[in-house]
Design a protein. Structure first.
Length: 301
């Protein structure tokens, strides 16, 4: 297959189909008819010799070949978009573009809204896509190009990645105020270990709190584990359980849910919050704008 014989507009259709998982939504995104998208998909199948997308009960599912092609196609399209931005750097060439930011939902809860507002000012019409990740998997997610940027507590040791320290984090406790004595603003270590605990962890068994308690010869009983911070208001309300989580998330959740934030009675280590990206994408002006917006969001915290 020779590139001379291929309509490169098909690549835009491929990208939209992969990201939307629906021919009708891809058509809306591209401003064309659904029949035009279907025709383009037929041609894409001929070009790549693969079904690329198969219909399921929930839309279109990408094949293995399509998933392999996606980062290559999107990278090529982004290079084209970048070349247009070089012609007129002051132009707002953001409509139809998206940037995928990998982060855990504690950062999304605490900083997501602020970042959306920053982007609305610096890169209007750009779409942000928040995708769940954490420090154990973030390097591979960046290298596989399933995300463009990432905010985590470390995980950027891969030599082809760059990073920037955004700040430093600590821990606080969340409880239902109904479980506290009137006017109580602190929780003792004795009361802390006597209560049941909700653990937020990707693994579900051991957390930083368990390590801190072990260092002082104590332990706790975890009654439930969850992988998402957003579940905590539903899990803590009406109980005497306590959750020990990053302070930025505790503040945001307490502000919205009616739960109470208390100082942690353990001396837990602080940790760096970092922004990471592929070093090869360093000169992309759009990613630079988003990196600046993320830094500004954390600086204003």
């Amino acid at each position: 297959m020779n590139i001379v014989n291929v309509d490169l507009n098909l690549l835009k259709v491929f990208e939209a189909l992969h990201e939307e998982s629906s021919a009708s939504r891809a058509a809306l995104r591209l401003g064309v008819t659904q029949s035009a998208v279907s025709a383009a998909l037929r041609r894409l199948r001929e070009v790549y010799g693969d079904q690329l997308f198969v219909r399921t009960g929930r839309g279109l599912a990408a094949t293995l070949k399509a998933n392999q092609l996606k980062p290559v196609v999107s990278d090529a399209l982004n290079k084209c978009r970048q070349s247009l931005a070089m012609v007129d750097p002051a132009a707002n060439q953001y409509e139809g573009r998206s940037v995928t930011v990998g982060l855990s939902d504690d950062f999304e809860i605490a900083y997501g809204r602020r970042l959306i507002e920053q982007i609305a000012c610096s890169a209007p019409k750009l779409r942000l896509i928040f995708r769940q990740t954490h420090s154990q998997i973030v390097a591979s997610a960046l290298m596989e190009r399933s995300i463009d940027l990432a905010i985590t507590a470390g995980g950027f040791a891969e030599r082809l990645l760059s990073r920037q320290v955004l700040g430093e984090g600590g821990y606080a406790c969340l409880v239902d105020p109904a479980s506290l004595a009137p006017g109580q603003q602190r929780i003792s270590l004795e009361e802390f270990v006597a209560r049941e605990h909700i653990l937020v962890s990707s693994g579900g068994f051991i957390g930083i709190t368990d390590e801190g308690l072990a260092a002082v010869g104590r332990s706790r009983r975890v009654c439930a584990s969850t992988t998402h911070f957003a579940a905590l208001p539903h899990l803590l309300k009406g109980s005497a359980a306590v959750a020990t989580i990053p302070t930025h998330a505790a503040e945001a959740i307490a502000g919205l849910s009616g739960l109470v934030l208390l100082p942690c009675p353990l001396d837990l280590p602080r940790y760096p919050v970092e922004l990471g990206w592929r070093t090869s994408s360093q000169i992309d002006p759009l990613l630079l704008k988003v990196r600046e917006a993320i830094a500004a969001s954390f600086a204003g915290a």
